[in-house]
Ligand binder design. Structure first.
Ligand SMILES: NC(=O)c1ccc[n+]([C@@H]2O[C@H](COP(=O)([O-])OP(=O)(O)OC[C@H]3O[C@@H](n4cnc5c(N)ncnc54)[C@H](OP(=O)(O)O)[C@@H]3O)[C@@H](O)[C@H]2O)c1
Length: 268
């Protein structure tokens, strides 16, 4: 059976995907920052399916937590079938977290970048990487102001973080061609706390969001595609800027510098 690591599995879309995939027989590694919420989900899954799940606790705005998560995964699993980088935040006010990073930038982009690259660097074999982007991804990038130091707006920070993770997806997909399948998706407009608190309850149910993610997973497993963007469970196209190879490469290099990983340390 396939092992799937889901970040941000304690609420919203991630939580529903975890429950559904557990029922389908996947072995789950569920990540969250709250022990209480992790235990609650684990109990619910056990009750429904009889299955035990592996709990991975960590705050994605702290490198110390990310490093602990990476160590635990490395020591427990030689390979994982799926890494679903799903966790994200929306920050109405600019907040600074670990190493001076702006919080949205850190949680939504730096954390999945660092987690993915570090696991690969540490020799954990990952067959499928699926990054949760959004149809709200931005259509321009300013390398002089990646973290909105010049003027912060929560919506702009969120949409930029989704542009960065989309550019990262396509760069990594090329880089891992023949070794792993790397894709991203927009899950639909879904009534989760992230949507309701910042845009209002204008979306569909979490069941619908989970269905879109799971349909994407099935499509990728059946067709072994890479470097693709999925919208509401179907192959689609992200904004033209995301396909710019030069921007993808520039952002990759800049991000490696920010997370203090040398290109020469990477064996892939
Ligand atoms: N909902 C939509 O309409 C929509 C549309 C496009 C894209 N998306 C994307 O879909 C994904 C899932 O979002 P959602 O709508 O399901 O939101 P959600 O219900 O707020 O769930 C977000 C998950 O991320 C976790 N998380 C947030 N900050 C964290 C941190 N610092 N450290 C560790 N975990 C953290 C949350 O943990 P807690 O349980 O502790 O809060 C939760 O498990 C996100 O990538 C989002 O950007 C959503």
């Amino acid at each position: 059976m396939s092992v799937i690591l889901i970040t941000g599995a304690t609420d919203g879309i991630g939580r529903e995907v975890a429950k559904k995939l557990a029922s389908e027989g996947y072995d789950l590694v569920i990540h969250g920052r709250s022990e209480l919420k992790l235990n609650k989900l684990a109990d619910e899954i056990k009750e429904r399916t009889g299955k035990d799940v592996f709990l991975l606790k960590g705050d994605l705005s702290a490198f110390s937590d990310l490093d602990k998560m990476i160590k635990t995964v490395k020591e427990t699993f030689k390979n994982i079938d799926w890494l679903l980088n799903n966790a994200a935040t929306f920050e109405p006010q600019r907040k600074i977290v670990d190493r001076g990073f702006e919080k949205t930038f850190m949680v939504n982009y730096i954390a999945p970048f660092y987690l993915t690259i570090s696991l690969l660097k540490e020799g954990v074999d990952i067959r499928y990487i699926l990054n949760v982007s959004s149809m709200a991804h931005a259509s321009s990038i300013d390398f002089q102001d990646l973290q909105l130091e010049k003027g912060y707006d929560g919506y702009k920070a969120y949409s930029l973080s989704k542009l960065y993770i989309t550019l990262f997806t396509y760069y990594l997909a090329e880089r891992l061609k023949g070794k792993a399948y790397v894709n991203c998706l927009h899950p639909g407009v879904i009534n989760t706390k992230l949507l309701i608190n910042n845009w209002g309850a204008i979306g569909s149910s979490v069941e619908e969001g989970a269905k879109n993610v799971i349909n994407t997973i099935k499509y990728i497993e059946e067709n072994n595609v890479t470097g693709m963007y999925f919208d509401n469970g179907k192959p689609s196209r992200s904004k033209p800027i995301t396909y710019d190879r030069e921007l993808q490469r520039r952002l990759w290099e800049e991000t490696l510098r920010l997370v203090e990983i040398e290109e020469s340390e990477l064996n892939f």
